[in-house]
Design a protein around this ligand. Structure first.
Ligand SMILES: [Zn+2]
Length: 597
């Protein structure tokens, strides 16, 4: 990292959340107020007045905001200064108090979802409906939690499950990680001496290398290790699958994937439609790989070539230029977007550049409605960083649109959470792309967009398709080799004849931690992105008049059922036609790419 100071470097001002000197004072205040919880618990009666109920919820919200301030200040501080001992100390103390508070107020949350609690009369459905309706902002969330409670078991059973999870499935996940971290990869690049590589990320950085020998060697070194340990990975995976499926059945979920869908606030049919439409559009990406082969002067790509760079030319862009470009783009799209984004900058809630003590990556943290969100970036003058800025600011804009809600309903649920962020990236892409005159840069921009879309859309989709097949097969009984063959056949389906796949890729399924650690998680990536693409396609078709609908979606935050929010603007997540809209955009990119020659 360059030592010289960067002129435009921005740092967070966390004072708005909490000044470090006020930490102790707030800590004591919360501790004291926790003493009032028992008093509120005594008031928990199904027949209670609406006014009393609102009183309880307001008390919870206010206390919730205080603990959020206490926890967020050191948490964010540590993100940008990972070695800071003071931040660590405060974070530890805040987290401990947070756990104590959660334990104490669990009586209230359990009572609300209809659990039998000692010394309290159970809250029946009718009264729950009556009370929840008095706070429209929280009504959806509270009712959803009650529905979720229908999938919970008796207290003793839940206790046994959580103990078995801690010492069973969770330990298997840890074991898998231990096996993995002990790996030492033998990188054999043709014509060079074998090199020992210690980490997977170091190895994987080579798959983007312009040299085929390096890409191939990296994949071979990686997959060889996994193949050597295939029996262990298979044992871990099949045990986790059996555990997950058994529990899903025990709790009364319709299918193993429903567990995940329910947690994501997405109807089963919407996920099934997504998986299907995505699969039906695999040819767009296959065409991209065929195009890429031509550009790289190959007859056909091999699996190790798919992330090979097309051009070496890239553009640099410093933070000030990037900021100006993003704000200007937002201004053209919708002045309110620019206004809200500016506010985040003016509030000093952007941390801009990398440093040796700062964590990597980027995120947007929504703390609470009255504080504008905090955005962490690691701007490194790459074109990619400008898109990240637009993406994270998009998240921030979304939060600000929904800032009139209560803390519990400001944040959008999964299907809609990427709406503004993806929109931000899309309008920026269109602007930069159309302004660019250099054909080589244009080509490389589009090619990168296609490769990124492949990785975040089709590849993720096929992870989940594989998982569905794997869960079924494991229930019936299957060997490690058969499961690996199954993975290979999903790869062949995915790539068609556009890419030649070496047999060693059979074992690639063990490399992907999400498949093992969080079953069916991966569709979250393509769901959020494609949903926003589809909305963007509607915007392109209907023009400015569709923007008001987007604003409606953003302003809803998490206060309503995502399905309902979308239906209000005339969108049905279960409709194939709706999802197809997203692929029309990707098809357009591919067409442009081919036009560039
Ligand atoms: Zn995002």
């Amino acid at each position: 990292m360059a030592k010289k100071t960067i002129k435009e470097k921005l740092s967070w001002n966390l004072d708005e959340i909490l000044k470090a000197k006020d930490f102790e004072k707030l800590y004591k205040e919360i501790e004291k107020e926790m003493g009032q919880i028992e008093g509120w618990v005594k008031k928990l009666k199904p027949e209670m007045k609406e006014e009393t109920f609102r009183g309880i919820m307001d008390f919870e919200e206010e206390l919730g905001k205080k603990i959020t301030r206490l926890e967020y200040m050191p948490y964010l501080w540590e993100q940008v200064d990972q070695k800071n001992q003071e931040a660590k100390k405060l974070k530890g103390r805040a987290d401990d108090l947070g756990v104590r508070l959660a334990q104490k107020s669990r009586v209230i949350s359990h009572w609300l979802i209809g659990k039998e609690m000692e010394g309290l009369k159970r809250l029946d459905d009718k009264n729950a409906k009556r009370l929840f309706a008095t706070i429209p902002d929280l009504e959806y969330g509270l009712n959803y939690d009650r529905t979720a409670a229908k999938y919970t078991l008796k207290k003793d059973e839940e206790d046994i499950i959580s103990h078995k999870d801690v010492n069973g499935a969770n330990q298997l996940i840890n074991l898998r990680e231990i096996i993995e971290t002990e790996f030492e990869f033998d990188l054999k690049i043709k014509g060079k001496k074998t090199k020992k590589i210690r980490t997977l990320s170091e190895l994987l950085s080579l798959v983007h290398s312009p040299k085929k020998t390096e890409r191939k060697a990296a994949y071979r070194a990686m997959l060889f290790k996994y193949w050597q340990n295939i029996d262990k990975f298979f044992l871990v995976y099949s045990a986790i699958v059996k555990d997950w499926d058994y529990e899903a059945k025990l709790r009364g979920y319709k299918s193993p994937i429903t567990v995940r869908n329910f947690g994501n606030h997405v109807p089963d049919e919407a996920v099934e439609t997504l998986l299907k439409v995505c699969r039906n559009n695999r040819e767009i990406f296959q065409n991209y790989f065929k195009y890429k082969a031509k550009r790289l002067g190959m007859k056909r790509l091999e699996r190790w070539d798919i992330y090979a760079p097309l051009e070496k030319k890239t553009k640099k862009i410093n933070f000030e230029e990037a900021k100006e470009l993003v704000l200007e783009t937002f201004e053209n799209f919708l002045p309110k977007f620019a206004k809200l984004a500016k506010r985040i900058f003016e509030d000093q809630h952007v941390d801009s550049h990398p440093s040796s003590v700062k964590r990597s990556g980027a995120f947007c943290a929504t703390v609470m409605p009255e504080i504008s969100p905090y955005i962490m970036l690691n701007h490194d003058n790459q074109m990619r960083d400008v898109f990240t800025m637009a993406h994270e600011l998009g998240h921030g804009i979304h939060s600000l649109y929904a800032a009139h809600h209560r803390m519990g309903s400001q944040h959008a649920n999964l299907p809609l959470s990427e709406t503004a962020s993806t929109f931000g990236e899309m309008v920026l892409f269109e602007r930069i792309f159309s302004a660019e005159q250099n054909i080589d840069i244009k080509r490389s921009m589009l090619s990168e967009k296609m490769a990124d879309s492949f990785a975040s859309i089709l590849r993720q989709n096929y992870f989940v398709i594989f998982e569905k097949r794997a869960h079924e097969a494991i229930q019936k009984g299957i060997t490690a080799e058969e499961l690996s063959e199954m993975w290979l056949s999903t790869l062949k389906e995915q790539f068609g004849n556009s890419v030649k796949i070496d047999k060693i890729f059979k074992y690639e399924w063990c490399v992907i931690p999400h498949i093992v650690n969080s079953p069916f998680y991966c569709y979250a990536y393509n769901f959020g992105e494609l949903l926003s693409f589809a909305l963007f396609a509607r915007y392109k078709k209907e023009g400015k008049s569709f923007i008001a609908k987007i604003e409606k979606i953003l302003a809803a935050g998490g206060s309503e059922d995502p399905d309902k929010i979308l239906k209000k603007v005339g969108v049905d997540m279960r409709s194939e036609k709706f999802w197809q809209g997203s692929f029309e955009i990707i098809k357009e990119w591919q067409k442009e790419l081919e036009n560039l020659g």
